[in-house]
Design a protein around this ligand. Structure first.
Ligand code: TXA
Ligand code: MG
Length: 375
């Protein structure tokens, strides 16, 4: 297949079909990077067994080498490509309890297989593995004779991509990929749920498969399952996990992440409850003008008054819709030249836990700046 002669990053986006999937598999086996659709967010994929290829992921994202990657496999029969096989009795029992959630947005952290190089796991004895449910990802994985390491295809700490063009835009990693396969908008819109298996199973990152479901499956008290390992709970309370325990269990869960460049204020923060409508938010620190509002339900005229841009993620507060639309909306708002973005919040329960986890991290930089200003 010939690329367009116009040198545009968008020329890298190819429709998903047998030919492009074969091309992508070929590029991957030659040690190149490919933008891969998944049901959660777009991934930046490389052959997980190829050290030099995986190193390109870290360079493309400016990702710290201490932050390990998730390995994707085509099916349960290929788990042995990534994890220690056969698994010990404890891990086997826990895998049995969750295995029917695959293919799907679940990653499990368990002892790593011998072929997974240190660069993938940041030298850890464990590896995160998942079987994605996106048909294009599954076809690509089936076409490859190796597993795929794939973080979200954004520059480190920016907003995860849910459309192929997000991989290529100025905030993306388009210069580093040989192609992006277009699999349409990501269905879930938040990254996979990550759990740690073993003697003390833990929720490391909330996602579409909820903590409640997983704790029940694993027969663990939900409070135990959610304690430690994450950088603070979704209500913003960082007290539970000491930095060392936290970085030991969940190295990638930075307090500041998914952050737009424009200041982001959540509606349940002190500043958000009384939006500064006077002056239309001018000079609030984003360098732009006016306020944007990301709403979780359709706003009345009165509620929408004073905002230069309003985006409604769901007419009636449906959490699936909110999660699916959140990252694309944050990106659009970030490009709208606003002084500040106000975003609604939801109770941190079920999928709401994942939504609030991402929003807390996205707003963390703004919060620490405003705390710095007031002290
Ligand atoms: O939905 C997803 O999981 C997407 C798509 C592309 O599959 N991938 C994704 O990858 O979100 P990434 O790299 O953005 O997030 C991976 C997370 C990081 O927080 C990392 O620290 C954690 O997984 N992780 C990976 N291996 C780990 C390990 N051995 N122990 C603990 N955490 C691990
Ligand atoms: Mg990521």
């Amino acid at each position: 297949m010939r690329r367009s002669s116009i040198p545009s990053p968008l020329a890298l986006i190819l429709p998903a079909n047998d030919e492009t999937i074969r091309l992508a598999a070929k590029a991957l086996s030659a040690g190149k990077l490919v933008g891969m659709p998944t049901e959660t967010v777009y991934g930046l994929a490389a052959n997980a067994w190829d050290v030099a290829a995986v190193e390109k992921i870290f360079a493309a994202k400016s990702r710290p080498a201490t932050n390990p990657l998730i390995v994707h496999v085509a099916g349960v029969e290929r788990l042995s490509d990534a994890i220690a096989w056969p698994p010990g009795a404890v891990i086997r029992k826990q895998l049995d309890a969750v295995v029917d959630l695959w293919p799907g947005p679940l990653s499990v952290v368990c002892p790593r297989g011998a072929r997974i190089p240190d660069v993938v796991t940041a030298g850890r004895p464990t590896v995160a593995v998942r079987i994605p449910s996106h048909q294009v990802a599954l076809r690509l994985l089936a076409e490859c004779s190796f597993p795929l390491a794939a973080p979200s295809a954004n520059r480190s700490c920016y907003i995860s991509p849910t459309l192929p063009r997000h991989v290529c835009d100025t905030s993306g990693v388009g210069d580093h990929v040989s192609m992006v396969i277009d699999g349409g908008p990501s269905h879930h819109g938040v990254e996979s749920t990550i759990i740690l298996l073993g003697d003390r199973p833990r929720l490391l990152r909330p996602g579409s498969i909820t903590a409640e479901v997983l704790a029940l499956r694993l027969g663990i008290d939900i409070a135990d399952f959610q304690s430690q390992g994450r950088a603070g709970d979704a209500s913003g309370n960082d007290a539970e996990a000491t930095p060392s325990a936290e970085s030991l269990l969940a190295p990638g869960m930075m307090r500041e992440h998914y952050a737009p460049t424009t200041p982001l204020v959540l509606s349940d923060s002190d500043r958000g409850q009384q939006p500064p409508r006077i002056g239309q938010g001018r000079g609030e620190g984003g360098g732009g003008e006016g306020m944007g509002r990301i709403a979780f339900h359709k706003l009345s005229q009165d509620e929408a008054a004073g905002y230069r841009v309003v985006e409604t993620l769901s007419e009636h507060g449906d959490l699936d819709e909110i999660a699916r639309n959140l990252f694309a909306s944050l990106r659009r708002m970030d490009q709208a030249g606003l002084a500040v973005i106000h975003c609604d919040t939801c109770p941190p329960v079920g999928l709401g836990l994942a939504i609030m986890d991402r929003l807390r991290r996205a707003a963390a930089r703004t919060e620490s700046r405003s705390q710095g200003e007031s002290t």
